[in-house]
Design a protein around this ligand. Structure first.
Ligand SMILES: Cc1cc2nc3c(=O)[nH]c(=O)nc-3n(C[C@H](O)[C@H](O)[C@H](O)COP(=O)(O)O)c2cc1C
Length: 434
């Protein structure tokens, strides 16, 4: 299957409307608006097996089928999740900065499928360039009459509202995002009710990730059978894999789901930087945790990684070279999650802080074997006891560090304790001689 997500990624400037239309963009959306019914679009996407690329891998067609089918008294909404907060993840950004009309065409088709006339695009506050690029592309669509009171000259109204976030990881969680969009604190909402029943401004809403929607035009253009010809049986299509950290050529690579991490790191990203050995890799963003290099041949798809006790997440691989201690990398993440918990649920608020303190002990050379039991108790005590799955996110790096690198954590802690004792003695010696 040819690439269909990243064709414009090598451009220096974004693909704007005139050129985009010359390349065929909006032909599919126009055909959808003029000739198909919402049910037909939902069925095609269902048949394609497309699953959400925001991290949870829920089937998109099924999510859309939960939306009300009859015309309602009030509006339904499509909300696009462009928060992209997961460390190691930078794929949605590439789409928005380089090929905004690919996303916007997906938004038009998605809105049509769920009978929404308004789409809210919630974009991460730090993504200024992506925001400005999208604002320009939306203005182009308004000027061309593709957005407005008669989309593509049909009776359907369509508008897209851009909304900038203010820089909170939790606002990527779909219900925290909805609260934030409404001007409330970015805290997740209890579910049910799910957004399809009670979403943005209390109306039926589907929240979809940027990359998910960018898959939709190709599915409608070429059909479900074409889409299923790449990827795995349970997770078809291509994924924009990120590879960052200590590699020769960090980047975003479009490849079929099920490609191995080894192929991504060694072939596409040029291997570990400076020819060093790999200490560990993170398969799909910070919350998926560390895997040892002997897992490099595991296919990168949701099912295969679940068997390894981890997740595909956002498909953002981070490579950690020999010479970097796992405890130091784990501490970066434990600090991040401690800072980013919204604090609404005490198991998460306290658990993220306690686990950060325990990792800090190992880092300073004060780790004890009983700390492993403590960490395990903290993680078990926080998971599935909160409104959202944030505790699963901080348990990813910490649980996997203990599972795969326990001896390493103890050895580093002991080494640092010995070094401290040595430098303490030396300092003492100097003082007494002085
Ligand atoms: C703590 C947390 C952070 C999340 N951050 C993001 C994010 O930045 N972008 C995203 O698309 N989904 C994120 N998600 C997943 C969303 O809640 C939701 O599943 C997704 O937007 C649905 O879109 P999809 O079905 O197209 O994947 C996050 C989830 C959690 C629990």
């Amino acid at each position: 299957m040819e690439n269909y997500l990243s064709t414009e990624f090598r451009r220096a400037t974004p693909l704007f409307l005139e050129e985009a239309r010359a390349k065929g963009r909006y032909r599919t959306a126009q055909r959808v608006f003029e000739t198909l019914t919402p049910e037909q679009v939902v069925d095609e996407v269902k048949n394609s097996g497309l699953r959400g690329r925001g991290g949870a891998w829920f089937p998109t067609g099924i999510k859309w089928s939960f939306m009300p089918k009859e015309p309602l008294k009030g509006p339904s909404y499509l909300v696009i999740n462009a928060d992209e907060g997961e460390p190691g993840t930078f794929k949605d950004r590439q789409i928005m900065e380089k090929d905004p009309h690919l996303l916007l065409e997906g938004i038009l088709i998605g809105s049509f499928a769920i009978r929404a006339e308004t789409a809210f695009l919630y974009i991460r506050g730090e993504y200024k360039l992506a925001h400005d690029t999208l604002a320009q592309a939306i203005a182009e669509l308004e000027a061309a009459g593709i957005l407005g009171d008669a989309a593509f000259g049909t009776k359907r109204k369509m508008r897209i509202v851009l909304h900038r976030g203010a820089g909170a990881y939790i606002c990527g969680e779909e219900t925290a995002l909805l609260n934030s969009l409404e001007g409330r604190r970015g805290e997740p909402r209890p579910k049910p009710p799910f957004p399809a029943v009670w979403g943005a401004f209390g109306r039926p809403t589907s929240v979809n990730n940027v990359e998910t929607l960018a898959n939709v035009p190709a599915i409608l253009e070429k059909g479900a059978a074409w889409y299923k010809s790449a990827g795995t049986a349970q997770a078809p299509g291509h994924l924009l894999f990120g590879v960052s950290g200590a590699v020769e050529r960090p980047g975003c690579f479009e490849l079929p789901l099920g490609t191995t991490a080894r192929e991504l790191v060694e072939r596409w990203a040029g291997g570990v930087k400076g020819g060093r050995r790999m200490k560990a890799f993170i398969p799909g963003g910070a919350s998926t945790g560390f895997l040892p290099p002997d897992r490099l041949d595991v296919p990168m798809d949701p099912e295969s990684l679940r068997k390894e006790g981890t997740m595909l997440g956002t498909g953002g691989i981070i490579v950690i070279p020999e010479g970097v201690e796992i405890v130091d990398a784990a501490r970066v993440f434990s600090r991040f999650f401690r800072h980013e918990t919204c604090g609404q649920c005490s198991p998460c608020r306290e658990g993220s802080a306690w686990s950060d303190q325990v990792v800090g002990r190992f880092q300073r050379g004060e780790g004890r074997t009983e700390d492993f039991v403590l960490l395990d108790a903290i993680m078990r005590g926080s998971k599935q006891r909160t409104i959202c799955v944030f505790p699963e996110a901080f348990a990813g790096p910490l649980g996997s560090a203990v599972k795969h690198f326990k001896d390493d954590l103890m050895a580093v802690s002991a080494r640092r304790a010995a070094a401290d004792a040595g430098s303490g003695a030396a300092a003492h010696g100097t003082a007494s001689h002085g």
